[in-house]
Each structure stands twice: as C-alpha cells, then as structure tokens.
Ligand binder design. Structure first.
Ligand SMILES: [Zn+2]
Length: 163
C-alpha cells in the first residue's frame, strides 16, 4: 500500500483523539495494519528497485543508487500524504496539527520498521515483521489503487461527518 494512503488514514484515525496523543498514536499505528490487510496494489514489488530476496529467502533493501532513488520516491509519497493530512484534518477540520503529525508518523511507522528489521534482523522486530508480512493482501493490478482512493476519501468523509 502507498505511504500516501497510510499517512492520510493514520492522520484520520489519530484525529478521533484530538486531546489524547498516545491514543492518537495507537490509532494511527493500528490503522496501518488494518488497511494493509485489505486487498491492495503491491507497490513494493512494482516500484522499489533496491528490494532483494537474500539467500535465506528474506527480503532486504540493497544500499546503493537504486536505494537512494527508492528513498526519494518514498519520501515524496510520504510528503504528499503529510501535506494532504495537514490540509484535510488540520486546516479544514481543525484537528490540532500535533495530533495530525502524530497520526502521520504512526501511520507510516510500521513500514519504516520493515527497513529497521531488514538492516538489524532484530529478534525484537521479528514477530512483528512476520505478522506485518502475513496480513498483506497484495495484487499486481494497479486497479487496486482504487481501494486506496476509496480509503482516503472514506477516511476524510467519515471524519468530516462525525466532526
Ligand atoms: Zn505496511
């Protein structure tokens, strides 16, 4: 799933807890796993050029020129999500900016943890990594981006309706 969608839905989830930053963080983090379990486009395989399967069958990102390009791409995607999240929830719906930022960070964090796991293989993250991979429902057909468009629209409309 795209980081743009994760950032916006994370901000939406957090926005239901405008005075409770820890709950906002938990909601943003949980939203990531919830929407990852819905059918979605497999962006990682389609776009990320530094992604590798190592000899032990484990995924990794190879550091190099492709990795820098991947990082720029992911940063741009995150930035679009951050900007949209601020616009929808903070500017339009008057959710405190700090809560929107907490939601965006929490919504993106699980995918950042992939990278931490790839580079550390920490046992602390191993079970989470397995769970995060297990829940994915990914497809190569780009039409599945419509699911993400619907999620973003649904999150914004729901938050606006509840107010
Ligand atoms: Zn994810």
């Amino acid at each position: 799933m795209t980081l743009t969608t994760h950032a916006i839905v994370g901000a939406a989830a957090a926005s239901f807890f405008p005075t409770m930053p820890y709950a906002a963080f938990a909601a943003g983090f949980a939203s990531h796993l919830l929407i990852d379990s819905l059918p979605h486009w497999d962006e990682g395989s389609a776009v990320l050029r530094s992604m590798r399967i190592d000899p032990q069958g484990r995924r990794d990102m190879k550091i190099g020129k492709s990795f820098v390009l991947d990082l720029l791409y992911l940063a741009a995607e995150s930035f679009v999500g951050l900007a949209a999240g601020i616009l929808f929830f903070s500017v339009w719906l008057q959710v405190p900016l700090a809560i929107v930022l907490v939601g965006v960070v929490a919504g993106l964090l699980p995918d950042a943890l992939h990278f931490v796991y790839f580079k550390t293989r920490s046992v602390l993250l191993r079970d989470f990594e397995r769970f995060h991979a297990y829940i994915q429902h990914e497809y190569t057909n780009k039409l599945y981006l419509l699911v993400e468009a619907a999620l973003v629209a649904g999150a914004v409309v729901l938050r606006a309706a509840i107010g």
